[in-house]
Design a binder for this molecule. Structure first.
Ligand code: PAF
Length: 283
């Protein structure tokens, strides 16, 4: 494993790899790695000659300074976890100035509405920050493929749009959500849950699975009301939103149309910890 703190040596190493006709797979992360990230790395190892994992807590995607400050950072622990893969992974872990230069700011993107629903509605400027950092990473690392988890499904759709609009030649690979045994989607935030909340949070996926079954026969409105009522009677979790949307446009639906694909999305709080999850509605 090699750790690069600066862009130039990484750029040169990548040029050497590419001049041998080999491919680069990128797994962008903000650290606090867990099994979910490792599954992205495993997919990247299967599909690329050289894997680069970026570990960078990106300040421009946080709308809340306290959240940014509290975000867990432990590079040593992350490197230990990556060593479990027993592969020559390259890690890119720059400072904010190394990545952004002197001025740390977000570019404004038009993701044709993908950015303004759900997470975008509740986290102002979040996707401009994500788009900005991912574009920088793609320009520096020039990956052939980049791997993103479907847990952040809206982010995945936005990154696909980003590559289409910028013309950056990278294939975006969406990877399935990895879950704890209880069904709770793996997330760096799970570590911050109390042991009771970690058990109670399994309710999110359980509700999504039932919503999927109900959607087979019921309308989106019926399923939405049902989910909202389930959360009203749960004293451990507070629902922020539940939405049924078109899987591609992420537009909220009122009526189902034949041949279209839909997905259900949840954001909920366990105390001050915000959890998100989603499911394909394919019953
Ligand atoms: O999903 C994440 O961890 C981040 O949003 C990403 C894609 C690494 C950008 O900072």
């Amino acid at each position: 494993m090699q750790v690069f703190r600066e862009k130039q040596p990484l750029i040169q190493a990548i040029q050497r790899i590419k001049s041998d006709g080999k491919s680069i797979g990128l797994v962008p992360t903000m650290g606090a790695l867990h099994e979910g990230h490792l599954s992205l790395v495993q997919n990247a190892l299967k599909e690329s000659d050289q894997v680069v994992v970026s570990i960078f807590v990106n300040p421009t995607q946080f709308d809340n300074p306290e959240d940014l400050e509290k975000y867990p950072r432990n590079l040593e622990k992350d490197l230990e976890l990556l060593k479990k893969e027993k592969a020559d992974i390259w890690v890119f872990s720059p400072t904010a100035n190394e990545l952004y230069g002197d001025k740390i700011f977000s570019q404004n993107f038009d993701f044709e509405g993908l950015e303004s629903v759900m997470e975008g509605e509740f986290r102002t400027g979040h996707f401009d920050g994500v788009g900005t950092v991912v574009k920088h990473l793609f320009e520096i690392i020039t990956p052939n493929k980049a791997f993103f988890g479907e847990k952040d499904y809206q982010q995945l759709q936005i990154i696909k749009k980003l590559t289409r609009t910028t013309g950056l030649p990278v294939e975006i690979v969406g990877c399935p959500i990895l879950r704890e045994t209880s069904g709770l989607a793996r997330s760096s935030r799970n570590e911050r849950l109390s042991s009771q909340h970690r058990v109670e949070a399994a309710f999110i996926y359980k509700t999504l699975k039932t919503a999927n079954q109900l959607f087979g026969t019921e309308s989106a409105e019926y399923v939405t009301n049902w989910v909202e009522n389930q959360f009203k009677s749960n004293k451990h979790l507070k629902l922020e939103y539940f939405e049924i949307a078109n899987s591609e446009t992420l537009k909220k639906i009122s009526t189902k149309e034949k041949g279209k694909q839909y997905r259900a999305f949840i954001a909920a709080y366990a105390n001050d910890i915000r959890l998100i999850d989603n499911i394909a509605l394919d019953n």
